[in-house]
Design a binder for this molecule. Structure first.
Ligand code: PLP
Ligand code: 3DJ
Length: 410
């Protein structure tokens, strides 16, 4: 096969049926943004919508907006808007809190649904916050934690396990799990499955209902572009909602919050997943951001993310291996989410230099250069240009003399 050229990439862009989606975003000049898997870009219309909420709904209408602007219904309304992107039904998703807080709620609820079972199964190498929460829940209920690599969860689950939790797409490697097969194995053992969709929602095709997932959490600020600190989403399958007993029983999880009853009576349906007053400004920003997905086929979006990843891997193999790099993500696009990690010993200053040139990815210690491909706004030529810049930095070699740092470049 002849070596990849920039011309090839321009041809791919010209033939890309999703190319027009880029116009739905406000992207800064001179930047190639490969970090939408950490903080998504700003969709057009969000700033105006947030300004309207601040000035009219908050500034002018004040507290009346809980009713007149339906702030009260925003978590469920935005959850219903997101649900189709997750392969869920509108009443199975709500928007609230953070991934870690929602994971805590779901794990406790799941443990309560499986009394007598003694273990929680989790993914070794998952995002650390998830496993910190798992440890805490295990301490609270006197359970044992078993951590195994994601690919071994299905084989490791047995009748002692109450709940198994793992990422659909791993934050470092981008390894994607077969949600249907893993969930089925977890169910065969009588356990419950809690999926972390942080690196999936808005990037790949999901089918929470079709795969039989019990519970899931996901992120609003990555591929969904809801803005810094955008609230997380939480999915509770309809069949579990009647028994769903999460531990953070604040007044928004009450059946009638404005009756101010001294006793707790759980709300019906997905509202029981809330705890307290919604983060209205962030919620509305996310709601407006979701307009960027209007009419988008998630299968096509997933395919483009994979094609962008394949392109970087091809460039890597043709031009970068002489620098001691290695692809640290699955080469089989069907087993990969929408980012590609390249391992390079001491590679932190390389990412810092890319960022100086306006090519923004991130670094995950100790050795991962991570490149995220948000399919709606990235072009094939962007990947080529970023990879060429990476080649130039590696070829110059002087990055090796840069002071050693260990933190994340975000
Ligand atoms: C896989 C995964 N889980 C959990 C988190 C933590 O999310 P939060 O800060 O919303 O708790 C992140 C990212 O921060 C993540 O990538
Ligand atoms: N939430 C983040 C933040 O506040 C600062 C920097 C990065 C993040 C992230 O989301 C990191 C992301 N979960 C990751 O996969 O690395």
């Amino acid at each position: 096969m002849p070596a990849l050229t920039r011309q090839d990439c321009l041809a791919l862009d010209a033939a890309d049926p999703l190319a027009g989606l880029r116009d739905r975003f406000d992207l800064p000049e001179g930047v190639i943004y490969l970090d939408g898997n950490s903080l998504g870009a700003l969709p057009k219309g969000v700033a105006e919508r947030v300004e309207q909420v601040v000035r009219a709904e908050w500034g002018r209408d004040l507290i009346r907006s809980w009713n007149t602007a339906d702030w009260y219904g925003a978590p469920g309304r935005v959850g219903a808007k997101l649900a189709p992107l997750l392969g869920a039904r509108p009443h199975e998703v709500t928007i609230t809190d953070t991934i870690s807080v929602n994971l805590y709620k779901l794990l406790v609820a799941a443990v309560r649904m499986r009394p007598g079972r003694t273990r929680i199964l989790c993914e070794a190498g998952n995002f650390p916050s998830d496993n910190h929460i798992v440890d805490s829940v295990a301490r609270q209920f006197g359970l044992e934690v078993v951590a195994v690599p994601a690919g071994e969860i299905a084989a490791a689950v047995d009748g002692t396990v109450a709940v198994a939790t793992l990422s659909h797409v791993n934050y470092r490697s981008a390894l994607m799990q077969d949600m249907g097969a893993v969930t089925e194995a977890i169910h065969r053992a009588g356990a419950l499955a809690v999926w972390d969709l942080a690196h999936s929602s808005g990037a790949v095709r999901l089918d929470l209902d079709g795969t039989g997932a019990d519970f899931a959490v996901g992120c609003g600020y990555k591929y969904l572009n809801g803005g810094p600190g955008a609230p997380s989403h939480i999915f509770v399958a309809e069949r579990h909602q009647a028994a769903f007993d999460q531990p953070l029983t604040g007044w928004f999880a009450h059946a009638a919050p404005f009756r101010f009853d001294p006793g707790f009576a759980r709300a019906e349906g997905i509202r029981a997943a809330l705890c307290s007053t919604p983060q209205v400004l962030s919620l509305i920003a996310l709601e407006a951001a979701l307009d960027a997905f209007a009419g988008v086929d998630m299968g096509a979006l997933e395919a483009k993310g994979r094609a962008l990843g394949d392109l970087l891997i091809r460039f890597h193999d043709e031009r970068l291996t002489r620098f001691g790099t290695a692809v640290a993500s699955p080469r089989d696009a069907a087993r990969r989410g929408s980012h590609v990690s390249i391992a390079l010993d001491g590679g932190f200053p390389v990412m810092a230099r890319l960022i100086e040139r306006g090519i923004i990815g991130d670094f995950r210690a100790p050795d991962i250069l991570r490149f995220g491909f948000a399919p709606p706004y990235l072009r094939f030529a962007d990947i080529y240009d970023a990879a060429e810049a990476l080649e130039a930095i590696l070829a110059a070699g002087d990055w090796r003399d840069a002071p050693v740092a260990t933190g994340a470049v975000t």
